[in-house]
Design a protein around this ligand. Structure first.
Ligand code: FNR
Length: 180
């Protein structure tokens, strides 16, 4: 059984991206499981705070989950054509202490959902220099950009569209195959 840590980069209760991550966990093929982590409770990075108090509990939890995971799935919103600060902030914290070693060589897939027509295309590309710097092994063969999210998620952020669930299953099967 391969274990994937899934993180969604939004704190919004009815987040499309959190809903996409829940749907991914539901649609996992046999032999793959997604552990849903959370960036909630991760404070803004402050080097003085880190020097005085070390890593916050929420960050230590995420680091432990990443250490246990065979792979990482980032489910990213797009803000101003880039990575949302709240999501990048959590990943930055996770790279602190001895956190980098858990990213090194780790297979990573990036997906996302947005209400617009381009489905986080630019945010996904924006993650690439970060993933390279962390020494990860990004998986590029599959692509999953959910556009017009308002039409495929309900008011609670649950994915209601069968075609998108099919695409998710195909994406996850490809990612699973790449893990060997
Ligand atoms: C956005 N949104 C947005 N969407 C997009 O497709 N491209 C973009 O560049 C932006 N820019 C942007 C900036 C800021 C500051 C906000 C708050 C929002 C809209 C965004 O996709 C939308 O709010 C999603 O619902 C965010 O994802 P969650 O919270 O639903 O997961």
């Amino acid at each position: 059984m391969a274990n994937v840590l899934g993180l969604a980069g939004s704190l919004r209760k009815a987040s499309f991206n959190a809903g996409l991550l829940r749907a991914a966990a539901e649609e996992c093929p046999d032999g793959l499981a997604i552990t849903i982590g959370t960036i909630a409770g991760v404070p803004l990075y402050d080097a003085d705070d880190e020097a005085a108090n070390g890593l916050p509990d929420a960050v230590q939890t995420l680091q432990a989950q990443l250490a246990d995971a065979d792979a990482l799935l980032l489910v990213t919103p797009e803000y101003n054509n880039g990575v949302p600060g709240v999501f990048k902030n959590a990943i930055d914290w996770m790279s602190r202490g001895d956190g980098l070693k858990h990213f090194k060589g780790k297979p990573v897939a990036v997906i996302g959902a947005s209400p617009g027509g381009f489905g986080t295309n630019l945010a996904q590309a924006h993650w690439l220099p970060v993933l390279r710097t962390l020494g990860t092994r990004p998986w590029f063969e599959g692509r999953m950009m959910v556009s017009r999210a308002g039409q495929v998620f309900d008011d609670d952020g649950n994915l209601t569209d069968d075609k998108t669930r099919d695409a998710l299953r195909t994406f996850l099967a490809g990612f699973q195959a790449s893990l060997g």
